[in-house]
Design a protein. Structure first.
Length: 221
């Protein structure tokens, strides 16, 4: 649910990385933090506990200004994967504008993936959001491990849903940026349809995505 203040000419968008415990949600954000340009990017906050990587959330804010002067802040969060932190998951999902579901590619985690996706659907409904309409992508992480679900099986399962699926190894950065930019595109389309980012504010889709996914300049030796 987009936060838009017309008087102050500012907008806050919220993306949430969701999924089972230890599927790589925080690793995705850590890698994004390393890859993306420092200009316009805020600090990454990580809260660790001994029983779950993220008990509350990680927050990685980005900032851009549209040609109209509209100030856009993008916040990227993760949620705790463990079931006992479900209340925190609901709190983080409130007012979400897009969701990346991070699944674990190991066959042993298939049931946890399914349970977590069902939990996502339930919790979205709890906070007044609809999984059928919210911008959503799926990432199958940990493709670097030796025993993984075949990609063709993954695509066969998810193809009927129409939800974009990405193959990734967040530990090595593979598929991380592709997943993130795909979610940005879907989020832009929804926001543009409601607030006219292109027509009213001069911010087209490519500019929105490129400015929020600009890579760090490589150091010259």
């Amino acid at each position: 649910m987009i936060e838009y203040d017309e008087l102050e000419n500012k907008m806050v968008l919220k993306l949430v990385y969701y999924g089972p415990a230890l599927s790589g949600k925080t690793t995705n954000l850590l890698k994004l933090h390393d890859l993306l340009n420092k200009e316009g990017r805020g600090d990454l906050m990580v809260l660790d506990t001994k029983d779950d990587r993220t008990i509350f959330f990680d927050l990685l804010p980005f900032f851009i200004i549209a040609p109209s002067g509209l100030k856009i802040k993008l916040k990227v969060y993760t949620v705790p994967g463990q079931v006992k932190h479900d209340a925190t998951r609901k709190a983080v999902l409130q007012r979400a504008d897009g969701v990346a579901f991070i699944a674990d590619s190991q066959p042993s985690e298939a049931a946890n993936n399914a349970g977590s996706f069902e939990n996502l659907e339930k919790n979205l409904a709890y906070v007044g959001l609809d999984i059928e309409t919210i911008p959503l992508i799926i990432q199958y992480n940990k493709r670097d491990l030796p025993r993984i679900i075949p990609e063709e099986d993954i695509r066969r399962i998810w193809s009927p849903t129409g939800i974009p699926v990405f193959i990734a190894s967040a530990l090595y950065g593979t598929g991380v940026l592709e997943s993130y930019t795909a979610l940005l595109k879907r989020t832009y389309d929804r926001v543009d349809g409601k607030y006219g980012l292109n027509d009213a504010h001069g911010l087209d889709r490519d500019s929105f995505v490129n400015r929020l996914s600009r890579l760090q300049d490589k150091e010259v030796a």
